[in-house]
Design a binder for this molecule. Structure first.
Ligand SMILES: NC(=O)c1ccc[n+]([C@@H]2O[C@H](COP(=O)([O-])OP(=O)(O)OC[C@H]3O[C@@H](n4cnc5c(N)ncnc54)[C@H](O)[C@@H]3O)[C@@H](O)[C@H]2O)c1
Length: 250
């Protein structure tokens, strides 16, 4: 224990009780990090932070809004001397077929997953550059690698593939400043992102395609995020790490 002792970490979209962000926040706090949970609703973010213990912070921040990302970072800089880790976890998905993706679907899914990852990274990079260290962990998806086929539509695959490209380009550009940037590609993890739209038949088909024979747990992804955030991963940058129970072996 104590892999993030004395470190300060920001996790977006971490108010969702059964979500990957919350599980990651909990594990980071257990490993000694001070955590800021950013999410759409201020009360939900504060409640999630309070769950972790007294020193953690919950702030409202819509990651699609550049000014909101900058304001959240400015608020944290008043309270923290540094920021060591950013986990770009906020994301949404929609189970649409190609011809059913309308302009508003495209905007919503691309904006939260991809634009949000860019804006929040831009908010923390100046501080990480000046302290000459940092770790950014981006949530992509197996959908980016295998062309969907789990739950999200083609626009979600495209957004998450965009996250992979952004991750690798940021890793290259920021490496001289000792800022590492990596992506996690989870397979199917049981959370609330499917918003009640996952039928028992869909679930059965998904499980059949997983060699390990089970859905992932949020803690499975949190463990990977902890590794990438910590100094254990000191020489890892630009990687995409699969957390998928073998559902895509490549
Ligand atoms: N659950 C899976 O199977 C799975 C698989 C692959 C990738 N992912 C990715 O992992 C991440 C977390 O997913 P989850 O399953 O925990 O989802 P979730 O729905 O449980 O949590 C997502 C959180 O993001 C927040 N959010 C949405 N829009 C936001 C915005 N504009 N600004 C700030 N916060 C916003 C929501 O309020 C919510 O708290 C997402 O990026 C998702 O695409 C999930």
């Amino acid at each position: 224990m104590g892999l993030l002792k004395g470190k300060y970490a920001i996790i977006t979209g971490a108010a969702s009780a059964r979500g990957l962000g919350k599980a990651t926040a909990k594990l980071f706090a257990e490993h000694g990090a001070t955590v800021a949970i950013l999410d759409l609703d201020a009360d939900a973010a504060r409640a999630a932070a309070a769950d972790l213990g007294p020193d953690h912070i919950g702030l409202a921040c819509n990651v699609t809004d550049k000014a909101a990302c900058d304001a959240a970072m400015a608020e944290l800089e008043k309270r923290w001397s540094r920021v060591d880790v950013l986990v770009n976890n906020a994301g949404i998905t929609q189970p649409l077929k190609i011809m059913d993706i309308g302009p508003s679907n495209y905007d919503a899914v691309l904006d939260v997953n991809l634009r949000g990852t860019l804006y929040m990274s831009q908010a923390v990079i100046p501080a990480m550059r000046s302290q000459k260290s940092g770790s950014i962990v981006n949530l992509s998806s197996v959908s980016a690698q295998r062309g969907g086929g789990i739950f999200g539509g083609p626009h979600y695959s495209a957004a998450k593939a965009g996250v992979l490209g952004l991750t690798k380009a940021m890793a290259r550009e920021l490496a001289p400043s000792n800022i590492r940037v990596n992506a996690i590609c989870p397979g199917f993890i049981a959370t609330d992102i499917t918003a009640g739209k996952l039928t028992p038949e869909m679930l059965e088909t998904i499980i059949e395609g997983i060699p390990m024979g089970r859905a992932g747990e949020a803690s499975d992804v949190a463990g990977c995020a902890l590794f990438l955030a910590s100094d254990l991963a000191a020489y890892c940058t630009g990687t995409e790490v699969d957390v998928n129970g073998g559902s895509l072996i490549h």
